[in-house]
Design a protein around this ligand. Structure first.
Ligand SMILES: CC(C)(COP(=O)(O)OP(=O)(O)OC[C@H]1O[C@@H](n2cnc3c(N)ncnc32)[C@H](O)[C@@H]1OP(=O)(O)O)[C@@H](O)C(=O)NCCC(=O)NCCS
Length: 171
Protein backbone atom coordinates (compact mmCIF):
# COMPACT_ATOMS: atom_id res chain seq x y z
CA UNK A 1 0.00 0.00 0.00
CA UNK A 2 1.31 3.48 -0.90
CA UNK A 3 2.23 5.67 2.02
CA UNK A 4 0.61 9.02 2.68
CA UNK A 5 2.77 11.91 3.85
CA UNK A 6 1.23 14.85 5.68
CA UNK A 7 3.00 18.19 5.46
CA UNK A 8 2.48 21.90 4.99
CA UNK A 9 1.38 23.03 1.51
CA UNK A 10 4.10 24.39 -0.74
CA UNK A 11 4.24 26.31 -4.01
CA UNK A 12 4.89 23.07 -5.95
CA UNK A 13 1.46 21.75 -4.81
CA UNK A 14 -0.52 24.50 -6.55
CA UNK A 15 -1.14 22.64 -9.87
CA UNK A 16 -2.20 19.42 -8.11
CA UNK A 17 -4.47 21.24 -5.65
CA UNK A 18 -5.99 23.20 -8.53
CA UNK A 19 -6.69 19.96 -10.44
CA UNK A 20 -8.23 18.51 -7.28
CA UNK A 21 -10.68 21.37 -6.65
CA UNK A 22 -12.00 21.08 -10.21
CA UNK A 23 -12.89 17.37 -9.85
CA UNK A 24 -16.64 16.63 -9.99
CA UNK A 25 -17.03 15.18 -6.49
CA UNK A 26 -15.09 18.06 -4.98
CA UNK A 27 -17.24 20.60 -6.84
CA UNK A 28 -20.35 18.72 -5.66
CA UNK A 29 -19.27 18.60 -2.02
CA UNK A 30 -17.67 22.01 -1.55
CA UNK A 31 -18.26 25.63 -2.44
CA UNK A 32 -15.74 25.68 -5.27
CA UNK A 33 -16.82 27.15 -8.61
CA UNK A 34 -16.34 25.48 -11.96
CA UNK A 35 -13.40 27.21 -13.66
CA UNK A 36 -12.00 28.34 -10.29
CA UNK A 37 -8.61 29.81 -11.12
CA UNK A 38 -5.13 28.65 -10.20
CA UNK A 39 -4.74 32.07 -8.58
CA UNK A 40 -7.44 31.14 -6.07
CA UNK A 41 -5.32 28.19 -4.95
CA UNK A 42 -2.02 30.08 -5.12
CA UNK A 43 -3.39 32.84 -2.91
CA UNK A 44 -4.37 30.30 -0.22
CA UNK A 45 -1.13 28.33 -0.42
CA UNK A 46 1.28 31.27 -0.60
CA UNK A 47 -0.60 33.85 1.48
CA UNK A 48 -2.92 31.89 3.78
CA UNK A 49 -3.54 34.78 6.14
CA UNK A 50 -3.24 35.07 9.88
CA UNK A 51 -4.75 32.21 11.83
CA UNK A 52 -5.02 29.85 8.86
CA UNK A 53 -3.32 26.47 9.22
CA UNK A 54 -3.16 23.94 6.41
CA UNK A 55 -2.00 20.38 5.83
CA UNK A 56 -1.72 18.53 2.53
CA UNK A 57 -1.67 14.78 2.05
CA UNK A 58 0.93 13.65 -0.47
CA UNK A 59 0.70 10.31 -2.25
CA UNK A 60 3.27 9.15 -4.81
CA UNK A 61 4.78 12.64 -4.78
CA UNK A 62 1.49 14.43 -5.54
CA UNK A 63 -0.81 16.41 -3.21
CA UNK A 64 -4.17 14.58 -3.19
CA UNK A 65 -5.77 16.02 -0.05
CA UNK A 66 -5.97 19.39 1.67
CA UNK A 67 -7.30 20.36 5.08
CA UNK A 68 -7.47 23.88 6.50
CA UNK A 69 -8.26 25.24 9.92
CA UNK A 70 -9.10 28.91 10.18
CA UNK A 71 -8.78 30.23 13.71
CA UNK A 72 -11.10 33.01 14.86
CA UNK A 73 -9.95 36.27 16.40
CA UNK A 74 -10.43 38.04 19.71
CA UNK A 75 -13.47 36.54 21.47
CA UNK A 76 -13.58 33.72 18.87
CA UNK A 77 -9.91 32.84 19.28
CA UNK A 78 -10.98 29.51 20.83
CA UNK A 79 -12.81 28.54 17.60
CA UNK A 80 -11.47 26.98 14.41
CA UNK A 81 -13.37 26.49 11.14
CA UNK A 82 -12.40 23.33 9.35
CA UNK A 83 -12.51 22.40 5.65
CA UNK A 84 -11.27 19.24 3.98
CA UNK A 85 -10.94 18.00 0.42
CA UNK A 86 -9.61 14.76 -1.06
CA UNK A 87 -9.14 14.18 -4.81
CA UNK A 88 -11.99 12.13 -6.32
CA UNK A 89 -9.66 9.35 -7.43
CA UNK A 90 -8.43 8.76 -3.88
CA UNK A 91 -11.61 8.58 -1.84
CA UNK A 92 -12.11 5.81 0.72
CA UNK A 93 -8.37 5.20 1.10
CA UNK A 94 -8.03 6.71 4.57
CA UNK A 95 -6.72 10.09 3.40
CA UNK A 96 -9.61 12.08 4.88
CA UNK A 97 -9.19 10.21 8.16
CA UNK A 98 -5.43 10.94 8.21
CA UNK A 99 -5.99 14.64 7.51
CA UNK A 100 -8.74 14.90 10.15
CA UNK A 101 -6.52 13.20 12.75
CA UNK A 102 -3.66 15.59 12.03
CA UNK A 103 -5.68 18.80 11.88
CA UNK A 104 -7.59 17.97 15.07
CA UNK A 105 -4.33 17.14 16.85
CA UNK A 106 -3.16 20.60 15.80
CA UNK A 107 -6.43 22.13 17.04
CA UNK A 108 -6.44 20.28 20.38
CA UNK A 109 -2.84 19.89 21.38
CA UNK A 110 -1.01 22.78 19.77
CA UNK A 111 -3.52 25.59 19.37
CA UNK A 112 -5.72 24.69 22.35
CA UNK A 113 -8.95 25.30 20.45
CA UNK A 114 -12.14 24.54 22.35
CA UNK A 115 -14.57 24.50 19.43
CA UNK A 116 -13.98 23.26 15.90
CA UNK A 117 -16.85 23.95 13.53
CA UNK A 118 -17.73 23.31 9.90
CA UNK A 119 -20.60 23.34 7.46
CA UNK A 120 -21.40 20.55 5.06
CA UNK A 121 -24.10 20.12 2.43
CA UNK A 122 -26.91 18.10 3.99
CA UNK A 123 -26.73 15.51 1.18
CA UNK A 124 -22.96 14.97 1.60
CA UNK A 125 -23.48 11.78 3.61
CA UNK A 126 -19.88 10.56 3.21
CA UNK A 127 -18.40 13.73 4.69
CA UNK A 128 -20.99 13.79 7.49
CA UNK A 129 -20.07 10.18 8.34
CA UNK A 130 -16.39 11.15 8.48
CA UNK A 131 -17.10 14.10 10.78
CA UNK A 132 -19.22 11.98 13.09
CA UNK A 133 -16.35 9.47 13.38
CA UNK A 134 -14.34 12.38 14.83
CA UNK A 135 -17.00 13.45 17.31
CA UNK A 136 -18.63 16.31 15.41
CA UNK A 137 -22.27 16.82 16.34
CA UNK A 138 -25.15 18.23 14.32
CA UNK A 139 -26.11 21.72 15.47
CA UNK A 140 -28.56 23.04 12.91
CA UNK A 141 -29.42 23.68 9.31
CA UNK A 142 -28.69 26.75 7.20
CA UNK A 143 -31.47 26.65 4.65
CA UNK A 144 -30.75 27.37 0.97
CA UNK A 145 -27.13 27.89 1.90
CA UNK A 146 -25.42 27.26 -1.41
CA UNK A 147 -26.26 27.12 -5.10
CA UNK A 148 -25.20 23.95 -6.90
CA UNK A 149 -26.00 23.56 -10.56
CA UNK A 150 -29.14 25.68 -10.29
CA UNK A 151 -30.45 24.10 -7.07
CA UNK A 152 -30.21 25.61 -3.60
CA UNK A 153 -28.78 23.15 -1.09
CA UNK A 154 -29.17 23.24 2.69
CA UNK A 155 -26.06 23.13 4.86
CA UNK A 156 -25.62 21.25 8.10
CA UNK A 157 -23.68 23.08 10.81
CA UNK A 158 -21.54 20.72 12.87
CA UNK A 159 -19.10 21.25 15.73
CA UNK A 160 -16.89 19.40 18.16
CA UNK A 161 -16.55 20.97 21.62
CA UNK A 162 -13.80 20.50 24.14
CA UNK A 163 -14.72 23.44 26.35
CA UNK A 164 -14.45 22.93 30.11
CA UNK A 165 -17.91 22.79 31.67
CA UNK A 166 -17.20 25.92 33.70
CA UNK A 167 -17.06 27.94 30.46
CA UNK A 168 -20.44 26.79 29.27
CA UNK A 169 -23.83 28.33 29.86
CA UNK A 170 -26.24 26.48 32.16
CA UNK A 171 -29.11 27.17 29.76
C1 LIG B 1 -15.47 13.71 2.49
C2 LIG B 1 -14.07 13.30 2.12
C3 LIG B 1 -13.09 14.36 2.63
C4 LIG B 1 -13.73 11.94 2.77
O1 LIG B 1 -12.37 11.65 2.50
P1 LIG B 1 -11.88 10.15 2.26
O2 LIG B 1 -10.41 10.17 2.14
O3 LIG B 1 -12.65 9.56 1.15
O4 LIG B 1 -12.32 9.46 3.64
P2 LIG B 1 -11.65 8.19 4.35
O5 LIG B 1 -11.33 7.15 3.34
O6 LIG B 1 -10.53 8.63 5.22
O7 LIG B 1 -12.87 7.69 5.26
C5 LIG B 1 -12.83 7.71 6.69
C6 LIG B 1 -14.19 7.35 7.21
O8 LIG B 1 -15.15 8.35 6.89
C7 LIG B 1 -16.41 7.74 6.54
N1 LIG B 1 -16.68 7.95 5.12
C8 LIG B 1 -15.89 8.61 4.24
N2 LIG B 1 -16.48 8.65 3.02
C9 LIG B 1 -17.66 8.00 3.14
C10 LIG B 1 -18.72 7.71 2.24
N3 LIG B 1 -18.68 8.12 0.95
N4 LIG B 1 -19.78 7.03 2.69
C11 LIG B 1 -19.84 6.63 3.98
N5 LIG B 1 -18.86 6.87 4.89
C12 LIG B 1 -17.79 7.55 4.48
C13 LIG B 1 -16.23 6.26 6.84
O9 LIG B 1 -16.55 6.05 8.22
C14 LIG B 1 -14.75 6.07 6.60
O10 LIG B 1 -14.20 4.95 7.25
P3 LIG B 1 -14.16 3.53 6.48
O11 LIG B 1 -13.60 3.77 5.10
O12 LIG B 1 -13.25 2.72 7.36
O13 LIG B 1 -15.58 3.06 6.44
C15 LIG B 1 -13.94 13.09 0.58
O14 LIG B 1 -14.98 12.25 0.15
C16 LIG B 1 -14.00 14.39 -0.22
O15 LIG B 1 -13.02 15.13 -0.28
N6 LIG B 1 -15.12 14.66 -0.88
C17 LIG B 1 -15.23 15.80 -1.79
C18 LIG B 1 -15.06 17.12 -1.09
C19 LIG B 1 -16.00 17.22 0.08
O16 LIG B 1 -17.17 16.86 0.00
N7 LIG B 1 -15.45 17.74 1.20
C20 LIG B 1 -16.22 17.97 2.39
C21 LIG B 1 -16.80 19.33 2.32
S1 LIG B 1 -17.73 19.72 3.82
Amino acid sequence: MTQIFLRTPEERDIPALHTMILRPAVQWGTGRLPYQSTDWVAERVLRPGEGVHAIVAEKDGVAVGWATLNRGRDRRAHVGSLAITVHDAHHRQGIGRALMTAILDLADNWLGLLRVELTVNTDNHGAIALYEVFGFEREGISRCDILRGGILIDALCMARLRAPHSYMTDL
